[in-house]
Design a protein around this ligand. Structure first.
Ligand SMILES: [Zn+2]
Length: 217
């Protein structure tokens, strides 16, 4: 009876739907999935990586609602998208430890949750690897990356991440998978990877929900 008055609706277009999916088939088909053979490789400390979709259209809107409008249920949907991509990824890349890209304490307080942790936690079962949200930390007081040159971004980020001394032994010779929601320039992931390798990680790969189509310098 309840569902007669409140039918299940597509989260994007609000159309009533029969099933319990998050998106109707029309909206789902408008996600710009990145083909499996398209992987972002970088010499800067990252072994290999994968992003599920380009950050545009429907996905851009949904990510915004998730991060800034408190629509937490979208997290489950995003994890299901990540799993699609990760099944393929995990065939080749063994993972010992999953680390979400952290928010600084101030950003975490403002947002109320770390979106990357939600994604990382969602992948733990599939990859059969633990998630440690307290291994990699990000400091407050780091300037925004927007509008900075490549060199400035790098200097800015070098000081951003740290690993508490008592956590260092947990990294030793581990194959790390970094998880983030959005890959913009790659510099955040790259700096985190450099640090983790300096601290003893064997390799660092990454997976992100979305990436910008144009990777800037
Ligand atoms: Zn729809």
């Amino acid at each position: 009876m309840f569902s007669l008055f409140f039918p299940h609706r597509c989260l994007a277009c609000r159309q009533p739907m029969e099933g319990k999916e998050t998106l109707c088939s029309g909206c789902y088909s408008r996600i710009s999935f990145i083909p499996p053979d398209f992987s972002f490789k970088e010499e800067k400390g990252l072994q290999c990586g994968r992003s599920v979709s380009f950050l545009e259209g429907i996905l851009l809107d949904l990510v915004h609602r998730w991060k800034y409008k408190g629509e937490e249920r979208l997290g489950t949907f995003f994890v299901s998208l990540l799993e699609r991509t990760t099944v393929d990824f995990s065939d080749r890349e063994r993972v010992d430890l999953i680390l979400p890209i952290p928010l600084s304490p101030r950003r975490l307080r403002l947002r109320g949750f770390n979106q990357s942790f939600v994604l990382a936690r969602g992948l733990a079962g599939l990859l059969q690897a633990p998630v440690d949200p307290l291994l990699l930390w990000r400091r407050d007081g780091i300037k925004t990356q927007v509008g900075l040159s490549r060199e400035e971004r790098r200097t800015n980020l070098q000081e951003a991440f740290f690993v508490p001394p008592k956590k260092r032994s947990k990294l030793r010779n581990k194959r790390i998978l970094l998880v983030d929601d959005v890959l913009t320039t790659g510099s955040t992931l790259s700096e985190a990877a450099h640090l983790l390798k300096r601290e003893g990680a064997a390799s660092v790969s990454f997976i992100t929900l979305a990436r910008r189509r144009a990777i800037l310098g």
